[in-house]
Design a protein around this ligand. Sequence first.
Ligand code: 13P
Length: 229
Amino acid sequence: MIYAANFKMNQTRQSTREYLMKLQLHHHKRKLGDRVIVFPSITAIDNYDVDFTIGVQNAYPDIKGAFTGEIGLEQLEEFDIKTILIGHSERREILNESQEFISRKFNFFKEQGFEIIYCIGEPLNVREEGESAVLDYLISQFDGIDLDYSKLIVAYEPVWAIGTGRSASIEEITNIHNRLKERIDRPILYGGSVKPSNIADIASIPSVDGVLVGSASLKVDSFLDILLH
Ligand code: 13P
C-alpha cells in the first residue's frame, strides 16, 4: 500500500518540519512493503533527512523562464524532488487547468523521469448519472496521458467525496477500481475523506493499492493512525 498525504494549502515551513520529523520517528512501524509519500506546500520544500518520499503538489512544465509565480524543474532539482501530483480536481476546477494543459504537464514530467501521481475523479452530477457515465468521464481524463508509463500512479478521487467527510462507499470504490484495473496496469490509489475510522475497510479492497489523504493527513497523529492501522 502507498500512503500519500496531500497538505494542499496548509502547514507552514515550521509545522511541516515538525510533522516530518515525527513521521520519520514512527513510519518504520508500517507494514513491510508499505510506502509513504508527503506533498507539503511549496514553501516548505527542503532537503529533509527522512527516508520516505517528498513530492510537490504542482509545478510548471518547463525548466525555468518567464512564468510569473510558477515553480520549474530547476527549482525542484535543487531539492531532489522527483515525485509530482498532476490533475488534482482542485487544480482542474479552481485553477481551471484544462485536460490539454494537464497532459502537457504530464508529458513534460514524464520526460524528466518523474514519478507522477495522476488524479482523476468525477463531480456529483456525473455520479448521479450512474456508473457508466462515471467511467466515461474518468476515461476522458486520460486524454493525452501515457497509461503505460512505468512511474505512473493513478489516484481516483471522486470530487464529491473530497473534503466532505463522506467517503465513497466500499462498493463504489470497488466497482470503479475494478473497472479501471481492466485498462491500467498501474497502482491505483483512492482519495476522498479517507480517515482513521474508514482506512481498514478501504485498505481491504483488493484493487486499492493505496490512499491519497487530505484533511486527515494534516495532523501527524491522524496520518500515523491511517498508516499504522
Ligand atoms: P480529503 O481527504 O480532505 O477528502 O482530500 C482528499 C484529497 O483531495 C487528496 O488529494
